[in-house]
Design a protein around this ligand. Structure first.
Ligand SMILES: Cc1cc2nc3c(=O)[nH]c(=O)nc-3n(C[C@H](O)[C@H](O)[C@H](O)COP(=O)(O)O)c2cc1C
Length: 188
């Protein structure tokens, strides 16, 4: 298949999350897509946050943050948290906040899944911090679970793409990951 060269500043599809922290003594949430798991055991997850956001000050001050997964019906509120800053606007009442067991990692009652993370490492890039947190507690709406785990078919996960900056719904299930490739394994 023909391939053409691109400029290297390419973005891949990202999950839509809300990163929570304590800022000015209250809950603050920012939309974040640059999120991924970075260690299996203990469970570490990382998020890339621009230095210009208000959120890094809250995470660094308290050593904690949350990663919450909003649903399609909360897209407007989620987007709002991605366009106004906690520096000028109080975002603590946009969602119904609950505390969980880790301090300063505020959670969202309307979210399908909520993760509370203790900051374990910060990687400083020229424009962004990459905050790595250990997931200390996880919560979910019971309606989103199958056999005790978040079920992507029920959670209503969202995706964000750049540079078009668009929201997409999670698509249909296509197959068994880690199994369907077995069809190509050479047989001895
Ligand atoms: C869908 C979406 C995803 C975003 N992802 C990120 C991200 O991963 N990292 C980041 O630094 N900013 C991201 N932003 C921008 C921040 O959410 C935005 O600047 C926010 O106002 C920062 O809030 P704060 O100043 O209260 O921290 C995103 C915005 C949107 C709408």
């Amino acid at each position: 298949m023909a391939q053409i060269r691109l400029l290297p500043n390419v973005f891949v599809p990202m999950p839509v999350t809300l990163v929570g922290c304590t800022l000015k003594g209250r809950a603050n949430f920012m939309a974040a897509g640059w999120v991924c798991r970075v260690n299996a055991e203990p469970p570490w997850i990382g998020v890339g946050i621009a230095r210009s956001r208000a959120t890094p000050a809250g995470i660094l001050a308290h050593g904690a943050f949350s990663i919450c997964f909003p649903r399609p019906e909360h897209l407007v509120k989620t987007d709002y948290c991605g366009i106004v800053s906690g520096r000028e606007h109080d975002k603590s009442a946009v969602f119904t906040v609950f505390e969980g067991e880790l301090a300063d990692a505020p959670l969202i009652a309307e979210a399908s899944v909520n993760l509370q993370c203790e900051l374990v490492q910060t990687v400083d890039g020229p424009t962004n911090h990459f905050f790595i947190g250990e997931i200390k507690a996880a919560y979910a709406d019971p309606d989103c679970l199958t056999d005790g785990y978040p079920d992507p078919g029920k959670c209503g996960f969202l995706l964000h793409t750049l540079p078009d900056s668009s929201y997409y719904a999670f698509g249909p299930r296509l197959g068994d990951a880690g199994r369907i490739g077995e069809a190509l394994r050479p047989r001895s």
